[in-house]
Design a protein around this ligand. Structure first.
Ligand SMILES: [Fe+2]
Length: 152
């Protein structure tokens, strides 16, 4: 399948978030590559890494929204939660021996792109101004601390 190409309309211009989104895109493209190999152990490894990283990213993003006082955080958290559930259903089917990679890749690609462009885009201005205020107050260590907290 065609890889996801990063285009500028995916940028939130919050660098720490864009770096994480790019990393998720890399994992999805990597899953696409190992899917061609049809090696279940390889697919499982990339799938686990992708899920692990995405969970950390969601937790990080949620704390960023919370810190900024984003009013629709609960709805956004719910969207994350439903997506995690959807992916874990795929993981279960995969463990039962079903070949789900192609279907999963289609879901991942469209979900992520949509989510970045609409749901994530909605918190950007508030989070950005909060981060700007933080750096003025010289408290920009918050990002570094949070990255350490959520990413092993
Ligand atoms: Fe999100």
């Amino acid at each position: 399948m065609a890889h996801i190409q990063w285009t500028s309309d995916l940028d939130t211009n919050i660098q720490v978030i864009d770096n994480q989104h790019r990393r998720i895109v890399d994992y999805i493209n990597q899953l696409d590559d190992v899917n061609e190999s049809k090696n279940p152990a390889e697919i499982e490894q990339v799938l686990n890494d992708l899920v692990d990283y995405t969970l950390s990213h969601f937790a990080f993003e949620e704390s960023l929204m919370e810190e900024a006082g984003y009013p629709f955080i609960n709805g956004h958290k719910r969207v994350h939660e439903l997506f995690v559930k959807r992916v874990s259903d795929f993981q279960q089917r995969f463990k039962m021996g079903e070949d789900i990679s192609r279907e999963l890749l289609i879901v991942l690609k469209s979900w992520l792109i949509n989510h970045i462009k609409s749901d994530d885009n909605d918190y950007v201005s508030l989070v950005q101004s909060n981060l700007t205020q933080d750096s003025k107050k010289n408290t920009d260590g918050w990002i570094t601390r949070s990255v350490k907290k959520f990413f092993r």
